[in-house]
Design a protein around this ligand. Structure first.
Ligand SMILES: C[S@@+](CC[C@H](N)C(=O)[O-])C[C@H]1O[C@@H](n2cnc3c(N)ncnc32)[C@H](O)[C@@H]1O
Length: 198
């Protein structure tokens, strides 16, 4: 699968743009900067923006081309981010490391999703938060991006089970208009979640 992403990211343009996801940007404004992790950050738009806002910003992705572009974006914006070329199924961080872990359009198939979400909970400090924005199954009717297989699209029930150890602060299934580069354009059916580690 990372070949798919390398082929998408090999071109000069940023596939999802260089501006941050809007939900993420709004959340970043609300709390004091700390340590944030972006799993599957692609070409770095979100990790770079968080660093610009004063966060200690780390990311990983299994696409070499994505990591290279993330580093280029950080350099051109004169900020520093910590990137790792890694697969979500095998990567580990120490327990209680991050204040926030932001899952922005990270869609995992059912057989690996829950165990990755379990690791993410472990990596959060007590009081730390998961912020998530992804597509929900209604997105199959749209042409604005996202996986084409239903098991990679997230429902409230899935997230409530995966993140049951967290206190749910926000869980909404809604429609929005995406304007994120070439691959997230137009009306989209999404789900947002914020949960706090007890
Ligand atoms: C839709 S893109 C989103 C990129 C970024 N989060 C954003 O919003 O701009 C999904 C990303 O997930 C990465 N990805 C998918 N499965 C992964 C895995 N198992 N380990 C690491 N990265 C993965 C892909 O390489 C790709 O960059």
């Amino acid at each position: 699968m990372n070949q798919f992403w390398n082929e998408r990211y090999i071109k000069k343009e940023y596939s999802y743009g260089t501006k941050p996801n809007q939900f993420l940007a709004a959340q970043l404004e609300k709390i004091t900067p700390g340590k944030i992790l972006f799993p599957c950050d692609g070409e770095g738009r979100n990790a770079v923006y968080a660093a610009q806002q004063g966060w200690d910003s780390s990311s990983f992705d299994y696409s070499e081309a994505g990591i290279m572009k993330a580093e280029q974006l950080a350099t051109s914006n004169q900020v520093s981010i910590t990137t790792l070329l890694a697969d979500a199924t095998t990567i580990e961080y120490p327990e209680d490391t991050f204040d926030v872990i932001a899952l922005i359009y990270t869609h995992f198939p059912a057989e690996i999703r829950t165990s990755i979400h379990q690791k993410i909970i472990r990596w959060l400090k007590p009081g730390g938060q998961v912020w998530l924005e992804s597509f929900n199954p209604l997105q199959l009717n749209n042409t604005s991006g996202g996986p084409k297989s239903a098991d990679m699209l997230y429902t409230e029930e899935m997230l409530l089970v995966d993140f049951k150890e967290l206190h749910t602060e926000l869980l909404e299934t809604t429609t929005t208009i995406l304007d994120e580069g070439e691959y997230h354009q137009g009306q989209a059916d999404i789900i947002r979640f914020i949960g706090t580690k007890k």
